[in-house]
Write a protein that binds this ligand. Structure first.
Ligand code: ZN
Ligand code: ZN
Length: 260
């Protein structure tokens, strides 16, 4: 059998997709760094795959030089978004912010439901039952995001509820240049197909289907994102899309999500 790596061609290349917003691909998932040039402070959005903490920190140092990690904000608690979290917190014990409804999955109180491998028959979907869905426990560091929609340490950014993929999934939006960090609310690659994960074909798609808990909610969340008229669409999976108004594409996508 041909051996295919579960990685993307862009793994390890850090790029600035919007002013001060840098993306880094770790195997199959993206993390984002929001860097403040004046204070040299970094807020990390999501925490990548297991065992990638030193990779994340080394790449950040290579890009920013001296920097101070101030906080981590989670779009949600799936294993590919919290994989390096424990190790990162061992290095610097910073606050981790998440939606209150996501906290049970981050404090060892609930596990996510099993994946739905029946949804698509791509190889990643077939492998997905093997992906860990067990809760981690970062009780000592995790805090609920502020109720007023502000994001700690990130002036000009707002967080918004975009449930469906998970109950407490959030997205982050900066109005000044309409930068959207969408987590797994949408993807820019057909996540169920390993081939497209490897070549990272750029195409707007719904949330990774086999882990999405509620498609009706997910479609509503995509409509909410469409209303923001984002000019950059920085997703948890796939190559970020920039330099357009993605509103219509998002509305179209919300209308063709499978309803289950
Ligand atoms: Zn996810
Ligand atoms: Zn994901």
């Amino acid at each position: 059998m041909m051996k295919m790596p579960l990685t993307s061609v862009k793994s390890g290349v850090m790029e600035e997709y919007a002013n001060g917003v840098y993306g880094l691909t770790i195997q199959i998932v993206n993390v984002y760094f929001i860097f403040n040039r004046d204070s040299r402070e970094v807020v990390l959005i999501d925490a990548g795959m297991p065992k990638s903490a030193s990779f994340i920190l080394d790449e950040a140092e290579r890009q920013f030089g001296d920097f101070k990690l101030k906080a981590i904000v989670l779009t949600h608690g799936h294993f590919d978004h919290v994989g390096a979290l424990r190790e990162l917190l061992d290095t610097s014990s910073v606050p981790v912010f998440a939606h209150p409804k996501e906290l049970p999955y981050l404090t060892n109180k609930s596990d996510y439901p099993p994946a739905k491998p029946q949804i698509k028959d791509g190889l990643v979907a077939k492998l997905s039952p093997l992906f860990p869905r067990h809760s981690i426990d970062i009780s000592a560091n995790v805090k609920p995001l502020p109720e007023d929609g502000s994001v700690p340490f990130l002036n000009g950014w707002k967080w918004l509820e975009t449930p469906g993929h998970t109950p407490g999934h959030i997205s982050l939006f900066r109005q000044s240049d309409r930068t959207l960090i969408a987590g797994d609310a949408v993807t820019t690659v057909e996540q169920e197909s390993l081939f497209e994960v490897v070549i990272q074909k750029q195409e707007l798609n719904g949330p990774p289907a086999y882990f999405t808990m509620d498609f009706m909610e997910a479609a509503d969340s995509i409509r909410k994102l469409a209303e923001l008229q984002p000019a950059s669409l920085l997703t948890g999976h796939g190559v970020p899309m920039t330099g357009a108004n993605f509103s219509q594409e998002l509305f179209d996508l919300s209308n063709r999500l499978p309803v289950s």
